[in-house]
Design a protein around this ligand. Structure first.
Ligand SMILES: [Cu+2]
Length: 182
């Protein structure tokens, strides 16, 4: 289920990446923009890490991202941490008899050799527990991901709207057009 690739989503993502590349070519500072959404460590690539805005007083936030492994051996996302949360756990959401449940994933999430793993609403996610302040739309939340083989890497979760179902990949008018937010 987690290795499925939604073609629509992928197309949107590709369009967003293309847009970022174009922006990068236009502005000298654009490089920083590109790197904010694509991270790499060893043979692992982390694409568009994102989160959702949290209501005032919320104690937890979630993190979503896509992982791909260009290497010839499998790797695992084993842990995560963030300076803005007391701890970060790798969770899986399941629905059992219509009841939504989530639990910590023992042993982390495998990214097969040449394959990918997806942390997305309704499935695997990062759970940031004990967040120090609400996540605001448009903010970047720093998270360190640690892979069994590739080691640690710092990424930033781009905070979307409270009900966002996918990353705010339309960098053309996301923050400038709040009417787009649900
Ligand atoms: Cu969770």
């Amino acid at each position: 289920m987690t290795t499925n690739t939604c073609p629509l989503h992928k197309r949107a993502r590709r369009a967003a990446c293309l847009l970022l590349l174009l922006l990068g070519a236009t502005f000298a500072a654009g490089t920083a923009n590109v790197q904010a959404h694509e991270f790499k460590v060893g043979s692992i690539e982390i694409e568009h890490p994102w989160s959702r805005a949290t209501p005032p007083g919320a104690r937890t936030g979630a993190g979503y991202l896509a992982l791909s492994n260009a290497g010839t051996t499998a790797d695992r996302l084993v842990s995560a941490a963030s300076p803005v949360a007391e701890k970060v756990e790798v969770h899986e959401m399941t629905i059992v008899d219509g009841v939504m449940n989530m639990k910590q994933v023992a042993g982390g999430i495998e990214i097969p050799a040449g394959g990918e793993a997806r942390l997305a609403p309704g499935g695997f996610h990062l759970m940031l527990i004990g967040i120090r302040e609400p996540f605001k739309q448009g903010a970047l939340v720093p998270v360190t991901l640690t892979f069994e083989k590739a080691g640690p890497v710092e990424v930033e979760l781009e905070v979307g709207s409270m009900g966002a179902k996918e990353p705010a990949n339309d960098h053309g008018h996301g923050a400038a057009d709040p009417a787009q937010a649900h």
